[in-house]
Design a protein around this ligand. Structure first.
Ligand code: OVM
Length: 394
């Protein structure tokens, strides 16, 4: 089989405004394609994306999970010791982070996080009309997550601009990348300072990371970079995860009714929402050897773009993939990735989403869109700037 060459730039505005439409063409073109405008290979079908994520030895992360090849180009920032690292180092850092970001730690936080969700829901429902992105999707994670990591109060709004810039920087140096970087100029310094042991609150996840990192023989600078991972990956992801989940319920009102009838489904809602419209749309890998895929040889040292969001709607894998359906088994979705790099914070994200829904279920009978959702273009995230809704109180 020859390699289909496509003239698609998955980071241009037309693509980013409506990725799902373009994903169809990418999947149908073949199991692996060549994207001429960005000069790299790509996969968009579930079977291949999932297999590549599972094969961390062939498809490495240490040369960056963006378009930039760290073997040839200077990274935008010092590489993440988790995301942009391979075995054996990765397992050491991941192991110590797993001890801090644990189910046990989250169980302890649950009562406080739940109270915050109820207070916020109470205020929003009283207004009836609100923006599900700014007033809820952004507001809720900002009420619970920065306190948990233990960063200083002053200047926390930097976190959103920082995260947006981090995710833009996985793409090519287009206008979106440059604008994100310019907007985050001050945020980079704020985040660097927030990650220092002296800046972090006692008893926080941040100081716990510093202790665990020191025990594992990491330097202070490495510990700071591990805290940086939480601030990079834990904000814009959950912000948009919650925003898109609200869009899903507004678009499929019968699913809101189903959730109200069966509130236990709240625990699974985020996973189906991520399958339906994945917050993290793409990540790259780099081949460590020549590899044959369906008769095509990808050479060693090649960048390969994995379309997580396209895999999550691949009709070869999912029945009626475009339907948001709380009743479907979501296991195998790659919205949190797959394999050794699978999302460290997935339990955090699930808990935030579950608690937001738990607070809304008894108060909200219906969710209606009052205007068109507004996209916020990002090179990696499917992000929303605004989602105006009106609720019918229960
Ligand atoms: C990190 C990091 C940054 C962005 C995303 C991510 C999705 C991780 O600094 O480790 O995971």
């Amino acid at each position: 089989m020859s390699l289909p060459a496509l003239a698609i730039d998955p980071f241009d505005e037309g693509f980013l405004r409506d990725p799902a439409t373009h994903h169809v063409a990418l999947r149908d073109a073949g199991p692996v394609v060549w994207l001429a405008p960005i000069q790299c290979y790509a996969m968009a079908r579930h079977a291949e994306v999932s297999a590549a994520l599972a094969d961390h030895a062939t498809y490495c992360s240490g040369r960056g999970v963006g378009l930039a090849d760290f073997a040839r180009e200077t990274p935008w920032r010092p590489p993440s010791l988790l995301l942009e690292t391979d075995r054996p180092r990765h397992d050491q850092t991941r192991g110590l982070m797993n001890k801090v970001v644990s189910l046990r730690a989250l169980q302890a936080l649950r009562p406080v996080w739940s109270a915050r969700a109820h207070e916020l829901a109470e205020r929003l429902v009283a207004r009836r009309r609100f923006d599900a992105v700014t007033d809820l999707g952004e507001a809720y994670p900002m009420l619970v997550f920065p306190d948990t990591v233990g960063v200083p109060q002053e200047g926390r709004e930097c976190l959103l601009r920082y995260a947006a810039a981090v995710f833009n920087a996985f793409g090519p140096r287009n206008a979106i990348f440059d604008e994100g970087e310019a907007a985050a100029a001050d945020a980079v310094g704020w985040v660097a300072n927030a990650c220092r042991r002296e800046s972090l609150a006692k008893g926080s996840w941040g100081t716990a990371i510093h202790s665990a990192a020191a025990d594992a023989g990491c330097s202070e600078a490495e510990a700071e970079r591990l805290v940086r991972s939480l601030l990079s990956a834990g904000v814009d992801t959950t912000v948009n995860g919650i925003g898109i989940m609200m869009l899903a319920f507004a678009t499929f009102p019968e699913q809101w009714a189903k959730l109200r009838a069966e509130p236990k489904l709240a625990r699974r809602a985020l996973d189906e929402s991520l399958r339906w419209d994945s917050t993290v749309q793409t990540f790259f890998r780099t081949t460590t050897r020549a590899v044959d895929i369906a008769g095509t040889t990808i050479p060693e040292g090649a960048k390969l773009l994995l379309f997580l969001a396209a895999a999550n709607r691949d009709p070869r894998r999912w029945d009626e993939p475009d339907r948001f359906d709380l009743g479907r088994p979501t296991s195998g979705h790659v919205g949190f990735g797959h394999g050794i790099h699978q999302c460290l914070g997935q339990m955090v994200a699930r808990l935030e989403a579950e608690l937001v829904l738990e607070a809304l279920i008894p108060r909200v009978a219906e969710i209606r869109l009052t205007g068109a959702p507004v996209r916020r273009l990002n090179n990696t995230l499917h992000a929303l700037a605004s989602l105006p809704i009106e609720i019918v109180p229960a």
